[in-house]
Design a protein around this ligand. Sequence first.
Ligand code: PMV
Length: 348
Amino acid sequence: MAYQATATAPVNIAVIKYWGKRDTALILPTNSSLSVTLDQDHLRSTTTSRADAAFQGPDRLWLNGKEEEIKDGGRLWVCIKELRAWRREMEESDSALPKLSEWPLRIASYNNFPTAAGLASSASGLAALVSSLSTLYALPQSASELSRIARQGSGSACRSLFGGFVAWREGTSPDGSDSLAEQVEPASHWPEMQALICVVSDAKKGTSSTSGMQRTVATSPLLSARLAGVPARMKAMESAITSRDFPAFAELTMADSNQFHAVCLDTSPPIFYLNDVSRAIIALVEEINRANTTPIAAYTFDAGPNAVIYAQAKDMPVIITAVKKFFPTEQEFTDPLKVGEAPLPQGF
Ligand code: PMV
């Protein structure tokens, strides 16, 4: 007997960045963060999980067709363990349920974009894994409860369980029970919001976010100044989103991206995620905004050189024209990405 479930999860790009863990085992962040979930037609992970009584040996996982080890005590292992434990509880209280929790798993995940290029592949990948397993196990848990599990796979993954504008509340509990993601506004609240992704390099990033964060927390004197300012910035960002105030959204997004990269530079040894092309994109967006009375574009960069430029639909054509003029490319630009809704796992 076998059961199988497939789920997809979109990429999210933070506008208030998560950078630093206060608990590395539970993945509890040093600050709350806020992101925009992108349209999954363009960037998504798709994961199929299968439980089969006939499978032998340990659980196995393939990423983009290549088998990856599920290390004992590692992040994937923790996510699978927690979801299986929830299933076991259900099986114990209802003897009619098939004992899926006892069967080995086979998990296959695919990204339709370059993995580990600063495009948050771990976020969509882990969110899709948690979604597919929770569907397979028919768990009744809410998306916020599942975000607590996804967080332990990759911090930013907890935000990919929701569409639209999503906050990850850092929480105060030492056991992480209140470190959850929640939707601030659905995508339909601000349909004019679009994202342009400028792939500066699709090479794998040099410093992983895990080791980069560890180094920043251990060595950056600037980090405490950043952390002191994040609560006010979160509040201002939420109100900019709620009132659809693009200029405020843009100022806050760019300031937060720059501060995150300043903290990286303040790390010892320093971490350089931006390159000359990234900096030229910053200069171009600043110039576009200077030429307008209020900002019409907002750049942000994660742990890599690729830019994400947020803009409203009415302004996107001007921005694309400028980007194409200064950064001619052989590759055609596709339609700007819209903010997309993530599908919720079945059973809610
Ligand atoms: O979840 P991780 O470990 O991949 O870290 C993500 C860190 C940033 O992308 C730089 C910021 C964020 O909030 O997504």
